[in-house]
Design a protein around this ligand. Structure first.
Ligand code: DC
Length: 236
């Protein structure tokens, strides 16, 4: 029990990891809504930093400058029903973070140690009071290794590229082939980086969503969370 008399396992943390385009953010947002939890999109934080540094003309090779700038930055996450907003030094980065330019560069900035340390700390603080659904690449392994429920969501490269294509085709000049190429390249960078590479935590449930629709994936995760909470309750 905590000080309010509520069982601490009534609210749990849910970590959802997986490669680019697996549908994590859509699913995580809906899971959070169903459980009345807070959704934290950690990719949006890496993207916002990338957008800001690109605009300031700081190349990802300049690690010392990147480190200094991110430590001076004020990063705010504002949860919302549909879109979570990310502010950098008070400026709303949200409209820019899904551009092809940011998508193409974000893996380069997110492998820098100072960037990862800072964002991981912020993310841990957000989850201290539990009741958080957090998605990313290293949540179950590094950011929240004690999360009560861990999901590793994946899908084939072709299916992930098709999903991204549907999202982008009205706003960007892009081909399906290019997206398949970009996603495969991003997988290699995310899986191959030295610090906190993308990998499935040993205790994460593997969910291959290639042939599942969004509702089925959401239902599977919510039911897993409820089973966990009910199981804990029955053991007390
Ligand atoms: O989930 P996304 O596609 O919006 O993430 C964008 C990039 O951010 C991804 O290519 C790698 C990086 N990222 C990360 O390194 N660690 C996280 N926890 C989340 C994202």
């Amino acid at each position: 029990m905590d000080r309010q008399g509520a069982h601490t396992y009534d609210r749990i943390n849910v970590a959802i990891d997986g490669p680019a385009g697996a549908g994590k953010s859509t699913v995580a947002r809906l899971v959070a809504r169903k459980l009345s939890y807070i959704y934290v999109d950690t990719g949006a934080m890496y993207r916002a930093i990338t957008w800001y540094l690109l605009r300031e003309g700081i190349p990802s090779e300049e690690h010392a400058t990147v480190d200094r700038m991110v430590h001076e930055m004020q990063i705010e996450l504002i949860p919302g029903e549909d879109v979570q907003r990310v502010l950098i030094n008070g400026e709303d980065a949200t409209p820019h973070i899904r551009s092809l330019q940011v998508s193409g560069q974000v893996s380069q900035y997110s492998k820098i140690e100072g960037v990862r340390t800072l964002l991981s700390q912020l993310q841990r603080q957000m989850a201290l009071r539990k009741g958080v659904v957090m998605d990313g690449r290293d949540i179950g392994t590094t950011v929240l290794p004690d999360a009560e429920v861990k999901i590793f969501m994946t899908a084939s490269v072709e299916e992930r590229a098709l999903r991204r294509y549907k999202e982008l085709k009205d706003t960007e000049t892009v081909t399906l082939q290019q997206l398949e190429h970009d996603i495969a390249a991003r997988d290699r960078l995310d899986e191959g980086r030295e610090i906190s590479p993308l990998r499935r935590a040993e205790d994460a449930v593997l969910l291959d969503t290639t042939k599942m629709d969004i509702d089925q994936v959401v239902e599977a995760i919510v039911s897993h969370c409820r089973t966990f909470v009910n199981g804990e309750r029955n053991h007390s």
